[in-house]
Design a protein around this ligand. Structure first.
Ligand SMILES: [Zn+2]
Length: 475
């Protein structure tokens, strides 16, 4: 009953409401439009809510994405940590190395032995290092300021792991300790070769020497240019104002601005009284060949000297003067120059003369002495074989023996000495020597080829900007 009453009391109301709504929607425009707007607003709200829902859902990373991102983060952290560890390890090893690294410099008047001594290296080790290095590197031209360094064994600081010598920034000569025997290694950094042309005319009262210097030509190259031309021209009597000269310099640079070496490739001089003269640098292939020098186009040597080199290849392992003796370790006067060469290499008489000594003793080993026309005497020591007997006449460049290591010697080399007529020893390197007064055969053909190449360089230099060629480095 109660339920019925309830329904009946509700139903009429419901019907009334529906009726009213129908009237409202049908009665006039205003009422209909208001309803549609409400519906539209409702739909819009639903649509926006749906959009937001979808957007949030799309933006929320999936569990897989989340895991991936976490992994990336962990990786980044690990990376930066390992980089930091690497840096720290590098710092520690640098510190360790610094502790076991000794660095030095050649001081004025010093040789390699003294420079090593200054770094605390004991005499026998100094000797071993110097002797081993001089097999590969000429140490007689060392100058103050060149750098050396040692790396000591952290386990035993008396043991040297590496010894490095750098005559200039583009090269490092290194001895590496390999089971207590030193192995030589050369490290070359890339360098660049440039050709430079120098030309001008002599002004009144000016010398060629001074004019070249004013044009920023290094003194060593000024010496080569004037020395070579002096073979053909007597500047004192034949140089005139307005004479023209030209030279091509071939210079090697490190890092674009540090000049490490230079050669005079070509030079010429043209004067009213002096005439026209040209000189070409001939390269015999091996940088230590005694044939590498300046010649005319016809192959005539441009050094005035009656003396020929005693060997074809010139590797000086010890120069003239005070030195530490390689065997006794005492400071003694070295009265000659040591050329390192393999046993059996032919030894030539430097000039014609008479063999005044040909014998053997415990110091010199097998040795020969030749007296020349100017009363100077040349000495050849430690020979493996003697090929000229006492009293015999020899020609210049005649083979008189073979290189060896007899007598007081640490390895195959030629000790070459020069004695003045009064008996005093002199530095043989002060005597100018040549391999030959004139190139012949294959060497002459090679010179001709090089002359045409030099002429091409000359043409390119006189018509355009300087030629530049690159040379790669090696390690
Ligand atoms: Zn010697």
């Amino acid at each position: 009953m109660y339920a019925l009453v309830e329904v009946s009391s509700f139903v009429p109301n419901f019907q009334q409401d529906c009726f009213q709504l129908m009237i409202e929607t049908k009665s006039g425009r205003v009422g209909r439009r208001g309803g549609k707007r409400r519906l539209r607003v409702l739909y819009s709200i639903a649509f926006v809510v749906a959009l937001i829902f979808l957007f949030v859902r799309a933006m929320r990373p999936s569990p897989r994405m989340r895991a991936k991102r976490e992994l990336e983060g962990a990786r980044f952290l690990l990376d930066s940590l390992s980089k930091r560890i690497e840096r720290e390890e590098g710092r520690i090893s640098t510190l360790k190395r610094l502790k076991y690294l000794r660095e030095g410099m050649i001081r004025p008047g010093q040789g390699m032995f003294q420079a090593l001594n200054d770094l605390g290296v004991p005499n026998p080790v100094c000797l071993e290092l110097v002797n081993t290095l001089s097999d590969s590197v000429e140490l007689i031209n060392m100058i103050a300021g060149e750098r050396i360094s040692l790396e000591l064994d952290p386990e035993d600081t008396t043991r040297i792991l590496t010894f490095s010598y750098s005559p200039h920034p583009a090269v490092v000569h290194r001895l590496v300790n390999n089971d207590d025997a030193y192995v030589y290694k050369r490290i070359d950094h890339p360098t660049m070769v440039r050709h430079r042309i120098i030309e001008g005319t002599l002004e009144q009262g000016a010398s060629l020497d001074q004019t070249l210097r004013n044009k920023c030509v290094p003194s060593s190259m000024v010496g080569v240019v004037t020395g070579v031309l002096l073979c053909k021209i007597s500047f004192r009597t034949h140089a005139r104002e307005g004479d023209r000269f030209r030279a091509i310099l071939r210079e090697r640079y490190y890092q674009d601005s540090i000049r490490i070496e230079g050669q005079v490739l070509y030079t010429c001089y043209e004067g009213t009284k002096a005439g026209f003269h040209e000189a070409f640098r001939y390269d015999d292939g091996d940088p230590k060949s005694s044939y590498t020098a300046h010649y005319t186009e016809e192959g005539e040597a441009l050094i005035h000297s009656g003396l020929r080199y005693p060997l074809d290849r010139l590797h000086i392992s010890s120069g003239y003067g005070m030195r530490i003796h390689p065997l006794t370790g005492r400071r003694v006067m070295h009265r000659g120059v040591d050329y390192r060469a393999p046993t059996g290499t032919p030894v030539y008489a430097v000039a014609a003369g008479t063999v005044v000594k040909s014998g053997y003793n415990s110091n010199n080993g097998h040795y020969i002495a030749i007296r020349h026309a100017d009363k100077y005497t040349s000495y050849y020591l430690h020979l493996h074989r003697r090929l000229a007997a006492k009293g015999r006449m020899v020609r210049a460049r005649q083979i008189i023996g073979k290189v060896g290591s007899t007598g007081m010697s640490t390895g195959p080399h030629l000790h070459f000495g020069f004695r003045k007529p009064n008996g005093a020893w002199m530095d043989p390197l002060r005597k100018r020597m040549i391999a030959t007064p004139k190139l012949e055969g294959d060497r002459l053909t090679r010179l001709r080829r090089q002359v045409s190449e030099i002429r091409r360089t000359l043409d390119s230099l006189t018509t355009q900007t300087p030629a530049v060629t690159m040379r790669g480095g090696t390690e």
